[in-house]
Ligand binder design. Structure first.
Ligand code: FNR
Length: 182
């Protein structure tokens, strides 16, 4: 079956490496995965006081996420953890209590960094939230894409070994989604 996948990029930067990686994965994805980037930069900081009268951007985001069969997170690491902008989107989608838009959706995480540690801290802090959100997160292969700056020329991935890995990763994700969807 064809499965719809929301791609969430945890960086708002125009030349974001995470966005480049997300787009590469979308190109490599098998035709059974229909992937679409869902933007998060328009979401104001979550404030529980607004639960009874949420901003329209929240309502739209929650309804949008609910339409997908799975989620792919591409995240940078900020100060060894998940960037606030991504955590904010996760929090927004998780409310109101008991009506989380995320629940049950199979997912995978790719952490991307110009550094050598490849966002390990962000990758695993994100997993902690996904466990609570009842999102089966693919365990293998893990995706830590480090030293990323030298691997792109503009939007073009120039490292064949990384491309080979990304292909394996997105193929495994396809299998993972199929196993855990509905
Ligand atoms: C960073 N960066 C960073 N990198 C890393 O590997 N580990 C870290 O803990 C941090 N911490 C950090 C904090 C803050 C506030 C910023 C702005 C940056 C560097 C980061 O990996 C780099 O800016 C990436 O390019 C961000 O990803 P995008 O925007 O290219 O997708």
């Amino acid at each position: 079956a064809t499965r719809k996948i929301a791609v969430i990029v945890g960086s708002l930067r125009k030349e974001s490496f995470n966005r480049k990686v997300a787009k590469t994965l979308m190109l490599l994805a098998p035709s059974t995965l229909e992937m679409e980037i869902v933007e998060i930069g328009q979401l104001p900081l979550y404030n529980q006081d607004d639960d009874d009268n949420p901003p329209a951007t929240y309502v739209e985001f929650r309804e949008k996420i609910k339409q997908f069969d799975g989620v792919l997170f591409c995240t940078p690491e900020y100060n060894r953890s998940v960037p606030g902008v991504l955590k904010n989107a996760i929090d927004v989608g998780s409310r109101p209590y008991g009506q989380s838009a995320w629940t049950g959706k199979p997912c995978a995480i790719v952490s991307v960094s110009p550094g050598a540690l490849a966002g390990f801290g962000a990758n695993h802090h994100l997993r902690q939230s996904l466990v609570f959100l009842n999102m089966p997160a693919m365990q293998q292969p893990e995706a830590y894409l480090g030293n990323i700056a030298g691997q792109y020329h503009g939007d073009q991935l120039t490292n064949d070994s990384t491309r080979g890995f990304m292909q394996k990763f997105v193929d495994a994700f396809d299998t993972w989604v199929e196993r855990h969807a509905d």
